[in-house]
Ligand binder design. Structure first.
Ligand code: ADE
Length: 270
């Protein structure tokens, strides 16, 4: 996959893209990331790319010329343009379904905005997708672009090693992931659930499924409506709800969880 990133701050990508899985994916030529500096397409001697907004108001707007010209340059280099994505808090919220769809493309262009944003003509005539990484405002589109590239890259076949499977993780089937444990079996008297130790694969599968459903019900009940539930899942869910009712906890479901204060560790600040 070819990913061309249009940015005013190409240096920002150096750290994140030169480490770990993205680095490996680039080294294995599974993805190729090109950082394109929008400023290189400025036509004026000060290399400025932004200007005050027509109609007045605060902030600066990145003009259309450098972005259209950068797009022409990319088009001639790649023989066309795939999806042209603009990172903006006004975009469609990013989710795993969108990530999966983007991972199936062979060419992405990602535009990072700054200041008050980009001239609307860019959004109307170049951009094919507007994506937000959440309902909060960052200083620019660079961090969102990194988030997007990371999420997409790890779904490209061969990028994750055999041990970092993307198959059974949160959202893979619309549910949150079940809890994981590893050695030691007992740590500071905290024990690993017994069911995981008995080697009974069917019991383990059912326990994990129940945990996944329970966690989703408690933390993200909104996901359940869109999840791919089997008949077995529905039976487990009914049982989970009955068990919670017995504990008279249903009013807690869906409420924001307060993370419990850890029982161990440094308390010197208390
Ligand atoms: N640019 C600034 N904030 C953003 C956000 N939340 N998502 C995508 N792009 C952004």
């Amino acid at each position: 996959m070819q990913i061309d990133i249009l940015t005013l701050f190409p240096e920002m990508f150096k750290g994140p893209f030169d480490h770990s899985i993205i680095k490996r994916a680039r080294e294995k030529s599974l993805i190729s990331v090109e950082l394109v500096n929008i400023r290189d397409f400025s036509r004026n001697k000060h290399r400025t790319v932004d200007d005050t907004p027509y109609g007045g108001g605060a902030g600066m707007v990145i003009g259309p010329e450098p972005i259209f010209e950068a797009a022409d340059w990319i088009k001639s280099r790649r023989g066309g343009i795939g999806r042209f994505i603009y990172m903006t808090p006004a975009g469609d919220p990013l989710n795993q379904e969108t990530v999966r769809a983007l991972a199936a493309e062979s060419h992405l262009v990602v535009l990072c905005g700054h200041y008050e944003g980009v001239d609307q003509r860019v959004r109307d005539h170049l951009v094919t997708d507007e994506i937000s990484i959440g309902d909060y405002v960052l200083t620019g589109g660079e961090l969102p672009a990194m988030v997007l590239v990371d999420a997409v890259a790890r779904l490209i076949p061969g990028v994750l090693g055999e041990t970092d499977s993307a198959g059974e993780e949160s959202f893979s089937d619309g549910l949150l992931e079940y809890p994981h444990y590893t050695r030691p079996r007992v740590y500071r008297s905290l024990e690993v659930p017994e069911v995981l130790l008995n080697g009974h694969h069917e019991q383990i599968r059912l326990w994990r499924r129940r945990q996944s459903l329970l966690r989703t019900l408690e933390r993200r009940p909104d996901l359940l409506a869109g999840a791919d539930l089997t008949e077995e899942d529905r039976i487990i869910l009914k049982q989970v709800v009955l068990d919670l009712e017995k504990l008279s906890l249903p009013e807690e479901i869906g409420k924001k969880r307060k993370k419990r204060r850890p029982e161990t560790g440094d308390r010197s600040q208390e």
